[in-house]
Ligand binder design. Sequence first.
Ligand SMILES: [Fe+2]
Length: 494
Amino acid sequence: MNTLDVQKYGATEKKILIVDDYESERLLMVDTLTRAGYMQITQAENGFEAIGRFQGGGYDLVISDVMMPGMGGLELLKRIRKIDPITPVILITAHPETEVAVSAIKTGAVDFLPKPFKIEDLLFKVNIYLRERKILEEGPADRNIDFQEKLSELSRQSYIYDSIENSAGHNEEIFQKIVDLSLRVVDGSSCAILLVDREEGQFYPQIVKGEDEGVYRSVVIPQLRNLYEDVLTSGEAVMVHSDRHPLISPSVICAPLMIRNMNFGILVVRKKMNGSVFSDKDFHYIVSLTKRASLNLENKVLYESLYSSVVDTLKSLVASVQVRDHYTEEHSTRVMTLALRIGEKAGCSEEELECLKISAMLHDVGKIAIPDSILLKPDRLTFEEFTVIKTHPLIGENILKPISLFDRERKIIQHHHERWDGKGYPGGLSGKDIPFLSRILAVADSFDAMTNNRPYRNALSPEIALEELKKNRYTQFDGDVVDLFLPLFEKGNS
Ligand SMILES: [Fe+2]
């Protein structure tokens, strides 16, 4: 949601109270909310101060830390509820799943932000609750009865957001999750995500789930096609109740899926399990869900495109070293393959393997700063020249420093020449103080260097290189990593 959206529902007049004993946390929240257009923010250091301010009146939302000296967040929540049963209170807590959460929900906290939280999550929740509050205020006079129902609705919404937020992996998996959630949230009997091919004007089922899968797989009936096209063109969700066609009866909700304001598909959910028609609330859930999903997919796409463009830039840096030293890029690719094989045997997670892949590809990027006279020298290096070569892990680390996406990789690269016995460089780290992935990289790197021609010596055979690795278990290398590596080259494995 951008500032414009926020202004639409009068953010500038909303009064927010932020309660936290850490000034830096408070200021971070104030800064975020101010940038989003919220202008009336008050701060309090603890529950006592907060309650005093709250009694002053007129707050639309309270965000409070749970653990605070004096009066904590839970006691504050209780007292706020006595004064005012509907003002949304968001609690920030390190353990949202514990008993604290249960008693807070009973007392009427509308939501939690787990610590540490993402700024965009804070903003998202604030926007949602202030909107909900507006609806509440405009709603029926008996606000207290409605309040309980609203609470359960809000927690359901919150569940939707958190579930989508936690969907990782490929788009296919995210789509699957969206479909599952849609069915669960509105009790639908079938749900599908259809992607659109604008050139051909066709809808293709991407995910289909539920009792009438065939409906979405066969040719789209004209009534549904019109509905799909309306949703696509208008970008607005639609709910239709009709008994006229068995594929619509008794009701269908159809909502657009968007990335960067472009509709790329639609979500269709049909027929409530109990045979009744979808309610306005169901419609509202599906709209929230698809909006959130679109946002999540958009972030993912943005992240992936940013990520791959940064990787490409760094690869071209490695390639520029290769122009001078033909060894480097091919070496990097081979080291990557070897390192990944060790990583898989070591049971590394997907994330660790990804990190290992990038680190291996870029491990010698720092050689860009080593002069030709040293990098390409056909003879053995002098002590001084070797000192210069030894700077490349730190230079590599420095090149990656400005890119926060590569925080983990740069540590791995920095330490790929450390030795188990502490005699390596640049840190002189030893044993398990050396990052595990750096220890893997060291074995893969050394094996590949030994088995290929270098300006100053010819390649060793793989057998001799393996012997070298064995000889240096727990002196140069992590012996466990060597033990994982050796079987890769036993007969039939290489
Ligand atoms: Fe290196």
